[in-house]
Design a protein around this ligand. Structure first.
Ligand code: SF4
Length: 219
């Protein structure tokens, strides 16, 4: 199986109740060989209609933020934790997350990005497997067993709360430093390579269990 097969296999997915209200499954889009992947929450109204993640106002802001660090959407891959739009854009429920999350993990496995940028609390908590606040962990590289996570504020949060735009811009500047550091590291010979991960780094405390699943907020 590859990414295309996985996408095709989900086209008629009815594994959870969200299948009943969607227009289409929003699998993900972008460069399947991307070294950086962005993960959001779930499709909204426009995403559900167009079949692509991040096509509304938050998507426009994400595109601008990428451009601010010299990236375009064709450099990255974007997906959501949940592939079908929840009714009235409500938060996905814990059982819906559990059902759909394996497909996100498979996407990550096929794309093999160097860094997975989680947008907002929801994606961050899902991939870190614990209930952490985005404001506590944003702008740090967090090592998970299979990949590195870089949590960012959700662009929709910055649209709703103008005072978050500055912090979001700061996070993208940090992301640029992290990516530059990774590029330099990858250019070194194997003997020059250290085990160091570009700063800022935070180790994921795997011994801190996730709390009982609860509905998670975007902000
Ligand atoms: S949200 Fe995920 S698990 Fe639920 S129907 Fe859509 S693709 Fe299937």
């Amino acid at each position: 199986m590859n990414l295309t097969d996985l996408s095709a296999s989900l086209r008629d997915c009815e594994r959870c109740r969200l299948s009943s209200g969607r227009t289409q499954v929003v699998f993900g889009i972008g460069n399947p060989q991307a070294s950086i992947m962005f993960v959001g929450e779930a499709p909204g109204f426009y995403e559900d209609r167009q079949g692509e993640p991040f096509v509304g106002a938050a998507g426009k802001l994400l595109t601008e933020l990428l451009q601010s660090i010299g990236l375009t959407r064709s450099d990255i891959y974007i997906a959501n934790v949940i592939k079908c739009r929840p009714p009235n854009n409500r938060d996905p429920l814990p059982d819906e997350i559990e059902t759909c999350k394996p497909f996100l993990l498979q996407q990550i496995e096929f794309i093999r990005p160097k860094l997975v940028c989680t947008l907002g609390n929801f994606a961050t908590q899902t991939l870190l497997e614990k209930k952490v606040g985005i404001t506590k962990v944003r702008g740090q590289v967090i090592r998970m067993p299979q990949f590195l996570v870089f949590p960012l504020l959700h662009p929709a949060a910055a649209l709703h709360q103008g005072n978050l735009r500055g912090p979001l811009l700061e996070d993208f500047k940090k992301l640029k430093l992290v990516l530059d550091g990774m590029d330099k590291e990858s250019q070194k010979s194997p003997t020059q390579k250290s085990q160091a991960i570009p700063q800022p780094l935070a180790e994921s405390k795997k011994d801190t269990p996730a709390e009982t699943p609860v509905q998670m907020d975007l902000f």
